[in-house]
Design a protein around this ligand. Structure first.
Ligand code: UDP
Length: 240
């Protein structure tokens, strides 16, 4: 059963369980897709029913942000812990490498996915990168065809939320990939274009603060976090 945080249902699982489930989904007829919502995305889902449907329609909904963990705790339905999208992706690639599975990288500015592919190939030698495509395309058709003809077992779809969740819901089946994972800005990190926060920040759940310091223009988006906590507090007030 999923844990409901302001209308988004989160799977109450650990990172190891999530990766094992991802591998299981990849070994059964697809399509399956994974969403990794943070508080900002939960807030978007409150206002955009199509986004909410796309996120809740995922086979796995992972609690990417520390804010979601706080929210669930405040609502007295705690989650086991945070399962970051990037950590999930790394766990999945390590397991895929062991069995020679192939991965398509979709998203980010032109050239970024190619760089990410090079780095990932080095980091996970058994992993096959089936193909790449940037995230700034006008028509879905050629992109779907690129994934289909690559024969990829899985695809990382990094178009930002909620675009990527809507895209996976609509086009997942046509791509032929058994598992699609919506991963926001992960290709920017895998390519080396963007540095992930130092480990101390990660441990404390303060990656958002590091991202804000590096890119102050995110402040508008990040103001959704306090709003999220206000909404959680309101929801808590309604509970008996
Ligand atoms: N992006 C894309 N196509 C678009 C809009 C965005 O490929 O039409 C990419 C963008 O280049 C970036 C990622 O999607 O690599 C979104 O990153 P962001 O950090 O905003 O995502 P988050 O992880 O916060 O959801």
């Amino acid at each position: 059963m999923r844990i409901n945080v302001l209308g988004v249902g989160f799977d109450n699982i650990t990172m190891d369980q999530a990766v094992a489930e991802g591998i299981r989904l990849m070994s059964t007829e697809g399509p399956h897709y994974v969403a990794t919502p943070n508080p900002e995305i939960v807030e978007i889902c409150r206002e955009d029913p199509e986004a909410r449907e796309a996120v809740n329609g995922a086979d796995l909904v992972l609690a990417d942000g520390i804010g979601v963990i706080y929210g669930a705790k405040m609502l007295k339905t705690p989650l086991k812990g945070r399962v970051t999208g990037i950590g999930f992706a790394q766990g999945l690639m390590a397991r895929m490498a062991e069995s020679g599975k192939s991965l398509f990288l979709l998203g980010a500015r032109p050239g970024v996915a190619e760089k990410a592919a090079e780095n990932l190939q080095r980091q996970y030698p058994g992993l096959k990168i089936a193909g790449v495509h940037d995230g700034y395309f006008q028509e879905d058709g050629p992109v779907i065809e690129a994934i289909r003809s690559s024969g990829a077992d899985a695809a990382f779809v990094c178009l930002g939320a909620p675009k990527q969740e809507k895209w996976m819901r609509k086009n997942g089946a046509a791509t032929g990939a058994r598992l699609l994972v919506g991963l926001g800005g992960c290709l920017d990190v895998f390519s080396g274009e963007v540095q992930r926060a130092p480990e101390a920040f990660q441990r404390l759940g303060l990656e958002w603060l590091h991202r804000l310091a590096k890119n102050p223009s995110r402040i508008g988006r990040m103001m959704k976090l306090p709003l999220f906590l206000v909404h959680v507090a309101g929801e808590k007030g309604k509970k008996p």
